[in-house]
Write a protein that binds this ligand. Sequence first.
Ligand code: GLN
Length: 545
Amino acid sequence: MTTTKYIFVTGGVTSSLGKGIIAASLAKLLQAQGYRTTIQKLDPYINVDPGTLNPYEHGECYVTDDGAETDLDLGHYERFLNVPTSQSNNVTTGRIYQSVIDKERRGEFLGKTVQVIPHITDEIKHRVQILGQTGDYDIVITEIGGTVGDIESLPYIEAVRQLKWDLGENNAIVIHLTLVPYLSAAGELKTKPTQHSVKTLMESGVMADVLVCRTEHELPEDLRIKLAKFCNVRQEAVIQSIDASTIYDVPNLMLEQGLDKVVLKKLALESSTPDLTQWNQFLERHKNPTGEVTIGLIGKYVELQDSYKSILEAFIHAGAENEVKVKIESIHSESLTEKSAAKKLKHLDGALVAPGFGERGIEGKIEAVRYVRENNIPFLGICLGMQMAVIEYARNVLKLADANSTEMDENTPNPVIDLMESQKTITDKGGTMRLGAWDCNLVDGSIAEEVYQSSNIQERHRHRYEFNNKYKQQIEEAGMKATGLNPETGLVEIVEIPKHNWFVGVQYHPEYKSTVANPHPLFVAFVKAALNFKIDKNSVSMAQN
Ligand code: GLN
């Protein structure tokens, strides 16, 4: 095959319909038929990337190997496809304008008036085709964030219209996702919002090729006929997307509905039966656990599930691998004090102290680390969680008064966590952290080395502060070991307490690399440690009875 084919996924009526999951599920079905597929997300907001957005606004910021701070949908793409994404997979309006304005300043428009059409739309079209032009993909799926009809989506829809025209029939298609609400008082599913949304799309000159209808109830035949008739699509192209108990069911649901077949037919590509063997084995294990472990997730954004999306998904992968259900108990770090720690944490089989920024809730995180360290409860600290583990150890074991991170207290007498040298001259907030994949060497005989089965790994980072190597010797002599180091800079990437049951803190974010096909070894080992801890606990209490 010579040309790359393009699929655009747009959404109407309301956002949060699950466009990302539909795109990822379709991509999975295409990949499982041998098509090299990738997914891209275009976000219509003006921030250059979501890196500076509050997690309450936008959920987790997902980081790629090349250090792009991106939308959390990219996490779904990687988890489903097991293929890394990059900066090219996520573009915002801010980034589009930034490139166009930079070009204008360089004089590249030769005196022309720079306008939304054609300059912004040309830049969008260029960004859409970058992935296709690499030659690495047969199919590129582009998810357009936001809702059709919004002012800010207009240039994207116009770019889609032009691309469909430029690329020609069979090379580019549009999938439109809509809501088919159920009115319980009338006992009826309503098609009007879908009709209106398709009409809005048509006002911009774009015809939907496939409709994916989000619904709580089965779409009956007559309703599909009606939708097809009013929305200019074939009946086979009316696809129902019924609520699922897990997002990992969606590829199979789309397969049952024939979404892959319809799409491939419209792209003039052959379809076959996708090989979902490995996927279904995972689902089988996920849905039939033989036990359960309870893990506390200690963070300050716990009210919003999306803030820790990749961590929660990594636990699903690791749970399936261990054939257990991982029950996550969200614990707000601000609610933890020396007094309340035991009550809130004593029943846990494991505790994860989450990443984060700023001072709020950090004393609670430190209390949580103290409690689990003293009580031998398996612990995984990620990024800020690792830094809290170091501070706790310095304060309570080394007795270093007021040990802290300079992020929280610039004047601490014991800055065991300090701003990285390379960060000291940086004033801009956006895109300036230590980002993306970096090498890490693992110490022989450490938990990390055993878990990874390797002595050199690469993991993704997103931080400004680091373990202060001036305290390394002192901390190691007191029993907390630095077991992962950056080979060039000597930055400490992992700490462990060998005397503890299972205590690991990592400066990087392992959760970003966990996928269905490759559950992250650190999460797998942590869940296993929690399971063993629970078994030991139960046998001790049985022996006591
Ligand atoms: N705030 C800390 C830092 O910048 C930790 C960051 C994080 O948890 N991602 O170093």
